[in-house]
Design a protein around this ligand. Structure first.
Ligand SMILES: NC(=O)c1ccc[n+]([C@@H]2O[C@H](COP(=O)([O-])OP(=O)(O)OC[C@H]3O[C@@H](n4cnc5c(N)ncnc54)[C@H](O)[C@@H]3O)[C@@H](O)[C@H]2O)c1
Ligand SMILES: O=C(O)[C@H](O)COP(=O)(O)O
Length: 630
């Protein structure tokens, strides 16, 4: 617990609230005026000059009050608006203000008329709020401020805090110049630059500590707080240019997020991953066992795509790292591209287009056919295969499919009992099998020879499933009349030069793994995966995890949640409950989900308990990971 003599001095504007109150007041008083925006900009400029110490505070205040042209009645509206603009982490940690109410002060260069009613709800009485007061004319118009108040003068906070003569350690929490000078002057012991709402360089530079929110402040001071671990301490690394919405959502949630445009090599990732809690990748980044060895803090990996074989799922599981992906977000995008390419190949559009780009007019119907009535062979009748089946039938194609699993036919699609049957009958063969490593060179010379002469071939699944040399030979000989290839056995980690044996071949469409790269798909993925990640970090849910026992947990209600991941060997569950019983824990709910290798036990408990229970739970044999959530 904290030393009893510590005092906390909070700034008001942009610290306790998300805004500068006088800016909000300007919004009210200038409503309807054509020059509103200009005046607000001017007020903000003056505010910042004052906050950064570039003009004297008295001057900044005088100038702003003149421009504001406010009335007493406007203040009620202002207070109402400010009630909804309390800083997020201040609002969630109301309990701190209640528990430590005797030790909390507000020293602000704002005005008591609007600060008192706001902070009253946080147990800070008016006599511990030190701020300016307005002066009014007889009609209630604000005409100035009490110039005798020390807070109306330059560096007034120093004088104010000095006059208070607070005993014990004095910590100042604020966002601006007027706050850090209190420490600089030696009146306060520590200055915490509060950056939840605004990051001011000068304040940050002069801070003993930069705190991005109150959670962090409470954490470093070992004070009771609403959440177990400040989110800003959770580091998220997003690679491969995942959609910026993911960055924004996760940053807004309070996590520390870094976004890189490219993938990283194994060595680069090993170096980078050491302090990363959440890794976000697409299909290129290899999350190998070696990478995982270095990933001491890793809790979860988000694959911002469908495929997950680039991740060593087993090694992740053994390390207690849950993996999530986006199994449906780009399905439609792949299907639309497949349809488009099938039509382009049937009509020999790319050769005609290339000719005309080269200055040649070649109007011909040779090798140009409709897709209507043609046989489409879909290999892999999963999410993509099925949707393609429906759209292709809509175009009048006859659909055949082959899948190793037992997949029900949609529409009039015909199930083939062997791959050979499908290859024999199809005018177009399209591959949509999953990225299972066992599918390596699944389509090679033998399978190509089983296709109709002059068949077309599309691969939008994975590069390694096709023997590219065999395909190139078949394209050159005319056995295959055209191909659309989006995926390659070896793909570069970032945009740049690339070579494939298929380069320059007639009627071959080559694309750089963009089947799922549409704005819609990427936006959808950037919503889906971060939600899964946040759900796991914030509540322990593993619904849709690809390598982990799936569990949907009830909302945590006024309790602490213990999450225990362990090797699924006999006796662990009994040991967990034995420890909980030994520490006399009052359990409000317990949930268990297991697979062959891993057990995941979640226990909700009363908030008051002997913290040694945590050490005891971590010590249980076969424990992989343990964390507490509240
Ligand atoms: N090009 C891109 O940008 C892009 C975008 C999205 C998905 N993909 C890839 O497309 C593929 C299909 O995705 P999905 O969402 O439809 O997957 P899915 O898991 O829903 O479907 C795959 C189907 O293939 C079947 N299958 C697996 N191996 C097979 C085999 N050897 N023979 C026959 N059937 C087999 C499975 O039983 C399953 O029904 C995946 O490899 C995925 O990585 C590529
Ligand atoms: O697995 C997938 O979803 C696709 O191959 C797309 O991968 P990408 O996000 O790396 O384009």
């Amino acid at each position: 617990m904290v030393a009893e003599s510590r005092k906390y001095v909070f700034d008001f504007d942009s610290t306790l609230t998300r805004v500068e109150a006088l800016d909000v007041l300007a919004e009210i008083t200038l409503e309807g005026r054509s020059d509103k925006e200009e005046i607000i900009k001017e007020i903000q400029k003056i505010t910042n000059l004052g906050i950064d110490g570039d003009i004297s505070f008295t001057e900044s205040l005088e100038k702003r009050i003149k421009l504001l042209n406010a009335h007493k009645n406007d203040l009620d509206k202002l207070v109402e608006l400010l009630r909804h603009k309390i800083s997020k982490s201040i609002e969630s940690n109301k309990e701190f203000f209640e528990t430590y109410s005797d030790d909390i002060y507000v020293i602000s260069c704002g005005f008591k008329e609007f600060i008192d009613p706001i902070v009253e709800a946080y147990n800070i009485p008016a006599d511990r709020v030190y701020a300016n007061t307005f002066t009014f004319d007889e009609d209630g118009k604000i005409i100035g401020f009490d110039e005798a108040n020390v807070l109306a003068s330059h560096n007034g906070k120093i004088a104010c805090l000095k006059n208070l003569d607070l005993q014990g350690e004095v910590q100042v929490i604020g966002d601006g110049y007027s706050d850090y000078v209190m420490r600089e002057a030696g009146i306060a012991d520590k200055f915490f630059a509060y950056t939840e709402n605004v990051h001011r360089e000068k304040a940050a530079k002069n801070a003993d500590y930069i705190t991005p929110n109150l959670d962090e402040f409470l954490f470093v001071n070992k004070l009771p707080r609403k959440i177990s671990y400040p989110k800003n301490r959770i580091k998220i690394l997003l690679l491969e240019n995942v959609h910026s919405n993911a960055f924004e959502t996760l940053s807004e949630e309070g996590f520390s997020v870094e976004l890189l445009k490219h993938s990283l090599t194994e060595d680069e990732l090993i170096e980078k991953i050491k302090d990363v809690h959440v890794l976000g990748i697409r299909s290129k980044t290899q999350v190998t066992a070696k990478v995982l060895e270095a990933a001491e803090k890793l809790m979860t990996v988000g694959a911002f795509c469908i495929g997950t074989t680039q991740i060593d799922l087993e090694a992740c599981k053994k390390k207690g790292v849950a993996v999530f992906n986006a199994p449906y977000s780009n399905t439609r995008s792949v299907v639309e591209l497949a349809i488009g390419e099938i039509i382009m190949l049937m009509r020999s559009i790319f050769p005609r287009s290339t000719e005309i780009h080269g200055g040649q007019w070649n109007k011909t119907a040779a090798n140009s056919k409709e897709v209507r009535g043609k046989n489409l062979g879909i290999i892999g009748y999963g999410n993509i295969g099925k949707q393609l089946s429906v759209l292709a039938e809509g175009l009048g194609m006859r659909v055949y499919y082959y899948d190793v699993g037992d997949q029900l036919a949609l529409g009039n699609a015909i199930k083939c009992s062997s791959l050979e049957d499908l290859l024999n009958v199809s005018d177009v063969v399209t591959l949509h099998i999953d990225d299972n490593k066992a599918n390596h060179n699944y389509i090679g010379e033998r399978e190509i020879n089983q296709m109709k002469d002059g068949a077309l071939f599309v691969n939008l699944s994975r590069g390694f499933v096709v023997d590219i040399s065999a395909l190139a030979t078949a394209l050159k000989s005319g056995k295959i009349a055209g191909a659309a290839i989006d995926v390659f056995p070896e793909e570069p980690r970032s945009n740049g030069e690339f070579y494939t044996e298929l380069k320059g071949l007639e009627n071959v469409i080559l694309t750089p793994h963009i089947g799922g790269s549409t704005e819609e798909a990427q936006r959808d993925i950037a919503e889906f995966v971060p939600n899964k990640i946040m759900d796991y970090i914030n509540s322990g849910n593993t619904v849709d995890a690809v390598n982990f026992p799936n569990i949907r947990l009830p909302k945590q209600n006024n309790s602490h949640r213990f999450l225990h991941i362990h090797k699924n060997v006999p006796g662990v569950m009994a040991k967990i409950n034995e420890v909980l019983a030994r520490f006399d824990m009052n359990i409000s709910g317990q949930y268990l989900s297991t697979d062959n290798e891993v057990g995941y036990v979640i226990t909700d408990l009363d908030k008051k308990y002997n913290k040694d229970v945590i050490k005891a739970l971590k010590k249980i044999d076969n424990t992989i990971k343990f964390r507490v959530l509240y």
